[in-house]
Design a protein around this ligand. Sequence first.
Ligand code: AMP
Length: 419
Amino acid sequence: MGFASLGLDQMLLDAVAAQGYETPTPIQAAAIPAILERQDVMAGAQTGTGKTAAFTLPILQHLMAAPKAQSDEKTPVRALILTPTRELAQQVYASVQAYGKGSGLRSVLVYGGASTNAQIEQLKGGADIVVATPGRLIDLMYKRAVDLRQVEYMVFDEADRMLDMGFMDELQRILKVLPAERQTLLFSATFDDEIFKLSKTLLNSPKLIEVDARNTAAIQVEQRVYAVDAERKRELISYLIGSQNWQQVLIFTRTKLGADALAKELNKDGLKTEAIHGDKTQGARDRALESFREGETRVLVATDLAARGLDIQQLKYVVNFELPFKAEDYIHRIGRTGRAGGSGLAITLMSEEENYLLEAVEEKLETRLPQQWMQGFEPDLTREVKKPPRRSSRGAQKKRARDRALGKSGSGKKANRRR
Ligand code: AMP
């Protein structure tokens, strides 16, 4: 099935062809006709599924079909797209620009970390579409720089992450000024009670779309878990990147400090590495990302929030330097690779203390993630585990770890250990 059968106008079909897209992704095939029919939509789709085009294309079509009233007054905002992070806002904005090139519609990007005045200036020219992060949008609302009272189309992109980041209050404040009569689209990688609660207040008889099995990660991603002692993780990842000649490796750490420290060490190992996290200026984050995209920086170390929604074409390698505390974050992280059909490899470095986190991920994915050892980096199974596991006794957990490891990849032999 091609894009033409979805009901899109020729201009948008041309725009899609110019991007090199040949067939709609499953989320596009399901969402585009529904949105064109003016239905509210609640879609379970992570980044990498083509969700941005799924909501952007039909909104552009609606806006083009009903041109704004001719008047001297500045254009009121007609479509509002909210995203949790600056990076995602930038990416969505770039897509809106690309797909809407010949549409004559104006779009403005509104996000924190960049000059407020420049954004106010841009809004003065009017905007059919605003792509925004919630905090800055509210600042601009209070400064009366943006008028949302005539919004016809509202998109919540990565709604789960907006709630995780504590944006509920901001969302409520924004919703208060929007007209009740509008079309609302909610996209979320994961669904829990909070999202369902939010959706009830937002959506009007929505069409539910789920493209993957519930909460499962993209299947094109090969997932490998290496059991390794925490203090040897840095050495192991450095060895893997070097010996396997991996380029463009995205590594996740839990903390900003951890990200900086790891980047420093990897640079010492001769791997050109940069870190991005919330304490870096927007300019520094943009530069680091650009250099990584261009292939000048080989390794990018990021915290979950900084990397949220990043779309890096052809990204092959994602590494969990530590397992995240929340199993959903694992899905978000490995969703950075294997995007829109490409294949990817997701490596997790797991120390024994993190076993319970792996179990939580396995539960979420409803699948076992076999552990293996890398020769020369085998974990010391005789040492004390610092944190007792939450769900089972230490002895039982150790035994399970040992059984699993022994049952898999025979590469680990204690006699071969380096230390
Ligand atoms: P998204 O999930 O919106 O972040 O999109 C992920 C990536 O898939 C982006 O790089 C898009 O350019 C790309 N993409 C979106 N739709 C398609 C399609 N139908 N065919 C091929 N690539 C696509």
